[in-house]
Design a binder for this molecule. Sequence first.
Ligand code: SF4
Length: 344
Amino acid sequence: MLSDQELRIFRRDLLAWYAGHKRDLPWRRTKDPYAIWISETMLQQTRVAAVIPYYERFLAQFPDVHRLAAASESRLLASWAGLGYYYRARNLQKAARLIAERGEFPATHFAIRQLPGVGDYTAAAVASIAFDLPHGVVDGNVLRVLSRVLADGTNIASSAGRKKFAARAQTMLDPRKPAEYNQSIMELGATVCLPKNPQCLICPVGSVCKARGEGRQNEFPVKILTRKSVEQERTVYWIEREGSALVWQRPDGSKLMAGFWELPEPTQLPDVAVLGTLGHFRHGITFHSYRFSVVEASIPQDPGCCRWVRISDLEILPVSTVLRKAVHIIQSRRRTAVIAAGTS
Ligand code: SF4
């Protein structure tokens, strides 16, 4: 723990640094809880640079809860395509419908936390940033900064560790400036207290950081995962006819990515002939790491649940990341073939 004086210095120096060094991000120019909620939801599991264009497009398409509540599913999912973790978009819409019904955005931490898809992090972020309520956020950046500043080797991947650091985050929060404090500690983790190379020489809180004082900054955070990632090989078929590809759509009731378009796999089309391999890519889902082979295959007699869809339409339909990566491989091969033909 920090002494009272160290804590005062920590807050003061962190906030002063943030005021002068924060990145100019679109969601930092607003206090609108709706916009902040959208940005915080997109930022879960997605990098800042990748989120910016999605955030701007999303708000242009759905500028308030009412527009989001009324959006068609295909438009909603298409606006999210590429960000992954589509349950986030569905939950946003469910929550938007509730908020639209009630008439106004919930303005307490408790009420925000009740919305579908909102966890501890998002509730604390929206409550503090939009409403200046004193709730400390805990994300990967905060866990890293806190474990180093406090030189605390508690396993951040354990539930006991997360509870402990959540309590620490709350104690260290500056209750007079919760919005700035929460954003500043996340910003420090994202730009200075980096996972591999913490920039201690330029760090604004270096004077009170215990790990730096002990020269042990690279020993924190301690993260011990108990489950190992599972490697698996999978094949998807690329079957093309006159500018259309054979794809299938996940049914509405599907637990995973309902409504999304996918490429068929051998279980769906057992009788096609394999004509050649077009490429490979990796794709990770939680603890599974897949190596996909994209294989050209013959047109089946019975396409089963698959349908012909124009390849150009795949850009505007909600398609899975797997399908998107496979199309990228096909397009790269075609570009290479065109260049090779032009130079021969
Ligand atoms: S001094 Fe180094 S380890 Fe400590 S918070 Fe700053 S960057 Fe992180």
